[in-house]
Design a binder for this molecule. Structure first.
Ligand code: GDP
Length: 308
């Protein structure tokens, strides 16, 4: 499927490159383990996660003749545990909306942030599509007013998806767009309002102030808003994306991550690093440029896709 195809490059590092390492009959000694750790790190899994996997391998299989299946079982098991973490990602996989919070009544407000180019606009379109396909009415608020192109692109998606959009001229106050979006969502009895926000991160204080203001005005219309604050990350940037996420989440509260462009990158291991080093769950992954190329993040599915 799409995830398997998308993770091919990451998979190739782990499996194809490693077949020579874990040959039946070879001894799993420190040299082999060190080389393996290096390759795990090459997938941008991070030192901590890689170290944990290798430590477990050493414990269970170190100094012995390699039993290929048993070794891979250990790697898979550790990866599953690393990805599942505290269990907060045990969504109902049958319900693609289960990772998202839902308002008790009235519109659910989803705030979306992310640095320019990470795939934020596309991810908003994909999430809107998912919501609509499941019978929800969606209103978009084009709050990334700093970039005219972002507003245009979101407008194009809204036309394609057939959902309402609130937009203003470029340079307008993002908070006023958010406010009008909330008003419109209530007026139209919408199920979801998705608020795009500026993708720049000049200083944490700027970003914090801007998002605080957006929250405040949203709450004038919808007191519990935002119900969900998603940060979009670009998987192809690997460990850089991770440090971006750290500074972002230090500045503003996030409730979930969307990991875009997981397809075609060899840095898919960053998913593990993100899970390990951030207190925020990856809720969705982007596996292509198409509108349907969004999947719920499923740790088991992810590990299976890497080792299929
Ligand atoms: P924004 O600047 O963050 O809003 O980024 P865009 O949504 O405009 O996306 C930037 C580029 O990345 C576009 O060419 C998208 O088609 C592409 N893109 C977004 N998400 C994905 C994804 O999951 N997979 C792939 N392969 N491309 C993606």
């Amino acid at each position: 499927d799409r995830l398997k195809a998308g993770l091919k490059k990451t998979k190739d590092i782990l499996r194809t490159d490693l077949r020579d390492l874990f040959k039946a009959g070879a001894i799993l000694d420190d040299d082999v383990l060190e080389e393996f750790e290096g390759r795990l790190i090459r997938t941008d899994m991070g030192v901590a996660a890689s170290d944990r996997i290798v430590t477990k391998l050493r414990e269970d299989h170190g100094g012995r003749t390699v039993d290929v299946d048993a070794v891979w079982d250990t790697v898979r098991g550790e990866l599953r545990e690393l990805l599942k973490g505290d269990g907060s990602t045990n969504w109902d996989l049958e319900n693609p909306l289960s990772p998202l919070a839902k308002a008790d009544s009235g519109p659910t407000v989803i705030l979306v942030a992310g640095v320019n180019g990470v795939g934020k606009t596309t991810s908003i379109a994909k999430i809107s599509n998912l919501l609509q396909k499941n019978g929800n009415k969606v209103v978009l608020a084009a709050g990334d007013t700093f970039r005219a192109a972002a507003v245009e692109q979101l407008t194009m998606w809204s036309e394609r998806l057939g959902c309402d959009i609130v937009r203003k001229d470029s340079g307008a106050d993002p908070a006023s767009v958010a406010y009008e979006g909330a008003t419109k969502a209530v007026e139209l009895n919408a199920d979801y309002l998705i608020v795009d926000t500026a993708g720049r991160l000049q200083t944490q204080k700027n970003l914090m102030d801007e998002l605080d203001k957006i929250r405040r005005v949203l709450q004038k219309v919808i007191p519990e808003a935002p119900h969900e604050s998603l940060l979009v990350l670009d998987a192809t940037t690997g460990q850089n994306g991770l440090s971006q996420a750290k500074s972002f989440s230090a500045a503003v509260e996030c409730t979930g991550l969307v990991l875009a462009k997981l397809d075609g990158t060899a840095r898919g291991g960053v998913t593990v690093a993100i899970r390990q080093e951030m207190g925020i769950p990856v809720k969705y992954i982007g596996v292509g440029e198409g509108i349907d190329d969004l999947e719920i993040f499923d740790p088991d599915g992810f590990v299976d896709a890497l080792f299929s």
